[in-house]
Design a binder for this molecule. Structure first.
Ligand SMILES: Cc1cc2nc3c(=O)[nH]c(=O)nc-3n(C[C@H](O)[C@H](O)[C@H](O)COP(=O)(O)OP(=O)(O)OC[C@H]3O[C@@H](n4cnc5c(N)ncnc54)[C@H](O)[C@@H]3O)c2cc1C
Length: 290
């Protein structure tokens, strides 16, 4: 449990953080809430000569709405997201998700950037980001670049963020994410998900114009079940498209058996949480009860 020695850096601006990462390259690592990285270092599973703490970087903890977009800084704490009226109105799935994460201590320590950049397949925010079609804003030495959440999550603990790139902001289309929900199945209130599903519906003239779905805990990384989305997209309200989508989402799921449950159980539960997330999303999208 003794950490390998490392040099600790506490930059105060994004530019300084990026410069430090450039200077120390492969031998450096960003630190946010430290809730995953520090245990990994203590267990000797990861070490780095230079730890760059993002905690004091100014101007990255905002939650604001601008031009119809809910913009959340990479250092905004999950506790602040949980309590934000703006988030609840623009992307209620994110509120559902924030309140379900661990306990207040963890939510007070951990910013949204750490949750997504760690890319743990059991983390909750990636499913909401994928279902929402959120835009990830990365900043590195080459400047700023943006990508959809669907392209950001590559594999277990692996994202498309390049070495030395900081996740500066996550952006949600407030109009299109208003009809969204996250359902998490867990053993106890503070646990990681056995299975989780985020759904987003944008309804227009009695038809689902857009559908997004993201699944937690049923694959090596967050799952984006495109066939399930396709079953709902373009469907008229009142059809059995949700049942079909839930079946397809479960069929696309690739869970493994572990202490939280067998693969078969998780696959079955993927169906249940997907359907419930779609139903809750529909109510919030103004589609009412079906
Ligand atoms: C007891 C406990 C219970 C938990 N339960 C849940 C749960 O139910 N659901 C859930 O979703 N999560 C859960 N978590 C995880 C937690 O919410 C954090 O999301 C997670 O630990 C990572 O966030 P962090 O800020 O601590 O990141 P860190 O540990 O500091 O960093 C993790 C990784 O992300 C990188 N990183 C962090 N921020 C950035 C950035 N802005 N730009 C680029 N790279 C970055 C770091 O370099 C590192 O590789 C739990 C954690 C604990 C300790």
């Amino acid at each position: 449990m003794i950490l390998h020695p490392f040099e600790y850096h506490a930059p105060e601006t994004l530019e300084e953080a990026v410069d430090l990462a450039e200077k120390y390259g492969e031998d450096s690592k960003f630190l946010a809430g430290g809730q995953s990285l520090i245990p990994l270092m203590k267990l000797g599973l990861f070490s780095s000569g230079h730890v760059i703490d993002l905690g004091r970087v100014r101007g990255l903890d905002h939650i604001r709405k601008e031009d119809g977009v809910l913009a959340i800084g990479g250092l905004a704490k999950m506790a602040d997201i949980e309590g934000s009226r703006l988030v609840e109105q623009a992307c209620p799935a994110l509120t559902d998700c924030a309140v379900s994460i661990a306990d207040p201590l963890v939510r007070n320590m951990g910013p949204i950037g750490g949750n997504v950049c760690h890319a743990d397949p059991a983390n909750d925010v990636p499913a909401v980001a994928v279902a929402s079609g959120a835009e990830m804003v990365l900043v590195g030495r080459q400047g700023e670049r943006r990508m959809k959440a669907q392209q950001f999550f590559l594999d277990t603990f692996t994202t498309a963020a390049g070495r030395g790139e900081v996740l500066k902001e996550i952006r949600f289309d407030a109009e299109r994410c208003r009809g969204s929900a996250y359902i998490k199945l867990q053993l106890q209130a503070t646990d990681f998900a056995i299975v989780g599903a985020a759904a987003r519906l944008w309804v227009h003239d009695g038809t689902v114009g857009e559908c997004g779905i993201g699944l937690t805990g049923v694959g090596p990384t967050v799952l984006h079940p495109k066939k399930a989305e396709g079953a709902v997209q373009g469907s008229r309200l009142g059809t059995d498209a949700f049942s079909r989508a839930a079946e397809l989402a479960a069929a696309e799921a690739r869970p493994v058996s572990d202490l939280r449950g067998t693969a078969e159980y998780k696959q079955e539960m993927a169906k249940v949480v997907t359907r419930r997330a779609l139903e809750n999303a529909l109510k919030r999208a103004g589609g009412g009860r079906r």
